[in-house]
Design a protein around this ligand. Structure first.
Ligand code: PLP
Length: 293
């Protein structure tokens, strides 16, 4: 199921008013509900679960998590069970939001835990406990970033992407996707990450996954934090969507494009630079029409 995906991703050319070239790699078109990058992050995790003859995967996320939605879907396709440890005990008694309803309809077992419990998601003792409670499951961390995810994200870039572009841009959450892109990039390319959140911890995280140095990261366009927005960001997205017939959302891809266009405006790129921006998807969790805190 995965192997043909990477080859079939379309590109969209964006006309710029100067001599720069900008193409968008539309991973969002891989699936209407699943963030495209999450497929790549999950690939080797699901294969590992199968190879170890486990019956399912277990992972963690908030109520709107793209990773939860993607895991439910991909596990379903793979014939694996899935368990989602969801932040917020109080949600157990409420109607499920569209993300969780979809995950459950795909067979995901939702297990709601308190915020303090959820904080233990990387704690060895807690993981051991979960292992006993849900045996035969392969545990994937929150956001899906681990070594296997970084390996999978390398496959986002094709051989010709390494030759056709000078700069590769992506949205950054936990840093797994950008780490895979960096690992795969050629030495004369620059990988530019736009953080969706205040990312003081992120450079160290990325250096954990890759030793290469041809990358940089900015959180100047995160609007103060994860899922936070600003009137400027929302106006940019609306205008961009109208002008280019390309959907964005305000958590990840909107911030990336907002930042990228600001850099372009401020002459960050030298003349003739060829830019590839990765559209990682995420449209299932578009918060603009929902009450979301
Ligand atoms: C999860 C996600 C990201 C961030 O990926 P990381 O590997 O966590 O950095 C970017 N864009 C979208 C749409 C996502 O769903």
């Amino acid at each position: 199921m995965f192997d043909h995906i990477a080859q079939s991703v379309p590109y969209q050319h964006i006309q710029l008013p100067n001599s720069l070239l900008l193409d968008i790699k539309r991973l969002d078109l891989i699936h209407p509900q699943i963030s495209g990058n999450k497929f790549f992050k999950l690939k080797y995790n699901l294969l590992a679960a199968k190879q170890q003859a486990l019956s399912g995967v277990l992972t963690f996320g908030g109520a709107y998590s793209n990773h939860i939605a993607a895991t439910a879907y991909a596990a379903h396709l793979f014939g694996l069970k899935s368990i989602g440890i969801i932040r917020g005990e109080e949600l157990a008694d409420k109607p499920l939001n569209p993300t969780l309803a979809k995950a459950q309809s795909l067979g995901m077992h939702l297990h709601f835990v308190s915020r303090s419990k959820y904080r233990l998601r990387d704690d060895a003792n807690y993981l051991q406990q979960l292992h006993q409670q849900f045996p035969e499951t392969f545990i994937i961390p929150e956001g899906g970033t681990n070594e296997l995810a970084v390996q999978g994200c390398q496959e986002i870039l094709s051989q010709s992407d390494l030759e056709q572009y000078d700069v590769i841009c992506c949205a950054v959450g936990t840093g797994g996707t950008i780490s895979g892109l960096i690992e795969r990039s050629s030495a004369d390319q620059e990988v530019l990450g736009f953080s969706a959140l205040k990312g003081d911890f992120l450079p160290q995280e990325i250096r954990h996954w890759t030793k290469k140095q041809n990358w940089s990261l900015t959180d100047a366009y995160c609007c103060g934090g994860y899922a936070k927005t600003s009137p400027e960001l929302l106006a940019f997205i609306e205008n961009f969507e109208e002008q280019h017939a390309l959907p964005l959302e305000p958590i990840y891809t909107g911030k990336m494009m907002f930042g990228l266009f600001d850099l372009i405006k401020n002459n960050y790129f030298s003349k003739g630079t060829r830019i590839l921006a990765i559209h990682s998807g995420g449209l299932q969790a578009d918060i603009r029409n929902k009450s979301h805190q």
